[in-house]
Design a protein around this ligand. Structure first.
Ligand code: BV8
Ligand code: ZN
Length: 245
């Protein structure tokens, strides 16, 4: 059980911060029913994300990769943002431009909870990208009418608009994320196992620039030792408690 003093400390740090950033991972969507990557439900229909979320897997078998994404899109379409997503949207309401949300998640639940300032490090599962002409569109249809989907403009093969393992993150988004990490007084790190890079390097960067790190996670992570405050519990329960006015 989290001592009330830890909750109070987190609330005081947030109240006293002129700039706050948050870095979220799959754990913040767990309470919305979306399995995490490395948790107990982490085997996604018997596939390891590292095996399918790669350009090589897509090149080898675009249909299998699209079946996996179409299944995930269907799952995410059924999901609803949880109180953790709403708490971060409330923090943006309160702080405006002094708050920045950085997410590794591709499920779009932060936007559906009302967050507008969201840096999507790994893209968005609702975006499609044409491998032939580069056209980027949003497509919310579940299931997709045909797999693999084809570009409406040129008939080329579409890919999910997400960043796969071995691919570079969108340059501008990554720059903004580093800037947010360098300039914040408090960085909340919620629901991430802190093993995927370069996203996992944002907390050490923030710390180097003097930020206080609050980690919210149901388990210990490689970041826990460096965090200034570890709140061991569910983000859907803890984020509202440290953010609510
Ligand atoms: C790049 C989009 C180079 C796709 C994703 C060896 C060592 C170090 C690094 C590497 C290495 N080998 C390869 C690398 C690099 C690699 C990497 O970091 N690999 C890891 C596995 C070691 N990184 C890359 O490839 C990146 N690109 O490096 O490019 C480059 C540079 C320039 C030019 C060209 C190339 C790209 C990484 C992005 C990959 N794409 N997703 C998709 O989703 O389909 S990553 C994927 O993992 C998701 O985005 C996910 O968000 C992300 C990280 O996982 P988490 O979010 O942390 O989720 P996880 O399940 O792991 O953890 C959940 C946590 O929540 C747990 O801690 C759990 O305890 C907690 N939790 C659960 N429930 C709750 C909770 N917490 C609170 N409340 C709860 N209720
Ligand atoms: Zn095209």
């Amino acid at each position: 059980m989290i001592p009330d003093s830890d909750i109070q400390t987190a609330r005081e740090w947030l109240a006293g911060a002129s700039r706050v950033a948050a870095l979220t991972g799959a754990g913040i969507s767990a309470e919305s029913g979306i399995p995490t990557f490395r948790g107990p439900g982490g085997l996604w229909r018997n596939f390891r994300p590292e095996d399918l979320a790669t350009p090589e897997a897509f090149h080898r078998d675009p249909n299998l990769v699209w079946e996996w994404y179409d299944w995930r899109r269907g799952l995410i379409a059924q999901a609803r943002p949880n109180l953790g997503h709403y708490a971060l949207a409330e923090l943006e309401q309160k702080m405006g431009g002094r708050f920045m949300l950085i997410t590794q998640n591709v499920d779009g639940l932060h936007n559906r909870a009302g967050s507008q300032r969201v840096l999507k490090l790994h893209g968005d599962i609702w975006w499609t990208l044409c491998t032939a002409c580069g056209d980027v569109t949003s497509d919310y249809r579940v299931p997709l009418p045909e797999l693999p989907p084809r570009c409406a403009k040129c008939g080329g093969l579409l890919r999910p608009g997400v960043v796969w393992f071995g691919e570079a993150l969108p340059a501008r988004t990554w720059e903004q994320a580093e800037e947010a990490a360098r300039s914040c007084d408090v960085l909340i790190v919620a629901g991430t196992s802190a093993v995927v890079y370069p996203a996992a390097s944002l907390a050490p960067l923030a710390k180097r620039y003097g930020a206080r790190i609050i980690e919210i996670n149901t388990e210990e992570t490689p970041l826990s030792g460096a965090a200034d405050l570890c709140l061991r519990g569910a983000s859907g329960e803890l984020l509202p408690r440290i953010i609510a006015s």
